[in-house]
Design a protein around this ligand. Structure first.
Ligand code: SF4
Length: 437
């Protein structure tokens, strides 16, 4: 490595929260003189920000590390970051002797120093405590008119299937001012929508005694110039209090989009998951949301194949879907996670049976989503233009979250514009329309 700059390539896996970590690490490296490489073979350092949430995610992380090792220049350094490095640091180091460094989340403060040592380059040395990454407000140049903002790290909930508390620790909320500063930075960088994320978003602020929690935060950040929409993801059902519903449906800057992580409809299974509610209580919650705003959009995630799940439980969930009429839903096969209480439960569901149940429930929800979409034909929706595909603009209304829901195609507009679109057709999870003045 002879040039007087050092180029870094970063591949990110997993959830939006991991993407935010990568953005912040990139900003810290940029501040320290490192440059983002335009391609892997140009990079002096190749980094993989891994995910370890479930088995499938770990397999993808392993494959990606191997791919990066193959694709990089022989003299370039390979660095493994993220949840797999955090949770299985030693095993990753042993499994990948070709990795030059394995840094878990709580060692991110050492990243710059580690890269300086690996590349033999030391223009600027900035030691950062691990928590700086969470509080760092700087973000690299935006590539979309929306951006995720992580308002807290970790989780205090006892869900028996989930390894996240083992990886990301107890909940640590950022002070409201720190979050607002980041949103101002993002607005200045061209963001029109911010998507607030955390493992347990609706419990925001409880650990720091932030008065009024998430409800107060929404008020505090909803007057940032340039930001048209604030969206919330990952709402734990029991934390969705009437005040939060009012705060989301009564604030014109907050989109009435409720991402409910209900996980199942059967009471017995939910108790074994240490999750609240049941099908009836879930319907009451959805009813109170629609009472506050009949046009509110709803999404939920569900786990299929949890130990002890029977065909009757699956039918109960199928029936719940028909009654709930959610706009969107995601279904995930249960993954037995080492160190979680659920991994010790009896009556595991065979993988192919779980896969069959997943296909069955997804097919039911696909029809519901298509029907909910068809009901928007004839409406005019405010739309954020996300990009162009073959020269044709596409975007989302309040009803669609980025990257997980459908999109709307229409005839005119450039990325970052807010336009009014008359919806004249629906195609399953996608919509099409015409921009109206
Ligand atoms: S609330 Fe979410 S992140 Fe927290 S333990 Fe439960 S599933 Fe995991």
């Amino acid at each position: 490595m002879t040039s007087d700059t050092r180029r870094v390539w970063l591949t990110t896996l997993g959830c939006a929260k991991n993407q935010v970590d990568s953005d912040k690490l990139s900003a810290v490296l940029d501040e320290s003189g490192y440059v983002a490489a335009a391609s892997i073979d140009e990079a002096d350092v190749v980094m993989v920000n891994t995910c370890a949430f479930i088995e499938a995610a770990r397999e993808e992380s392993v494959d990606t590390i191997i791919d990066m090792e193959t694709a990089k220049r022989p003299d370039a350094k390979l660095v493994v970051l993220g949840c797999m490095a955090q949770r299985f640091g030693m095993q990753v180091t042993e499994a990948f002797p070709q990795a030059d460094a394995v840094l878990g989340l709580d060692r991110y403060g050492e990243l710059v120093g580690t890269l300086d040592q690996l590349t033999g380059w030391q223009p600027v040395r900035l030691n950062r405590s691990p928590m700086d990454i969470l509080y760092t407000v700087r973000r690299p140049t935006l590539t979309t008119p929306y951006a995720y903002v992580k308002v807290a790290e970790g989780c205090d909930k006892p869900c028996t299937f989930c390894a996240i508390p083992l990886i990301r620790g107890k909940q640590r909320s950022r002070p409201p001012v720190n979050i607002r500063d980041e949103i101002v930075e993002l607005a200045d960088a061209g963001a029109r929508e911010v998507v607030l994320v955390a493992q347990d978003l609706a419990a925001y602020g409880r650990d720091i005694g932030a008065p009024g929690g998430i409800e107060h935060l929404l008020e505090f950040v909803s007057d940032v110039d340039g930001i048209e929409w604030i969206r919330l993801l990952y709402l734990y059902p029991r934390e969705i209090r009437p005040a939060l519903i009012a705060g989301m449906t009564g604030n014109p800057r907050v989109v009435p989009y409720f991402d409910l992580s209900l996980q199942h409809a059967n009471r017995q299974l939910l108790r074994a998951m240490k999750r609240p509610g049941d099908g009836e209580r879930h319907l009451d919650l959805i009813g109170s949301i629609r009472e506050a705003d009949p046009a509110a959009a709803t999404r939920s995630s569900f786990i299929v194949g949890f130990p002890g799940e029977t065909d009757e439980h699956v039918e109960e969930l199928a029936d719940f879907l028909q009654h709930a009429q959610l706009d969107w839903a995601g279904f995930f096969p249960y993954s037995s996670e080492e160190g979680t209480p659920a991994a010790l439960l009896p009556d595991p569901v065979p993988a192919e049976e779980a896969a069959e149940r997943l296909r069955y429930l997804m097919s039911i929800q696909e029809e519901i989503t298509a029907e909910r979409n068809a009901q928007t034909v004839g409406r005019t929706l405010r739309v954020l233009v996300d990009g162009l595909e073959d020269g044709r603009p596409y975007g989302r209304s309040y009803r669609e979250a980025p990257e997980i829901d459908g999109v709307i195609e229409f005839d005119t507009g450039k990325p970052g514009d807010m336009v009014d679109v008359y919806i004249d057709a629906s195609y399953g999870s996608e919509l099409a329309g015409t921009v109206v003045d």
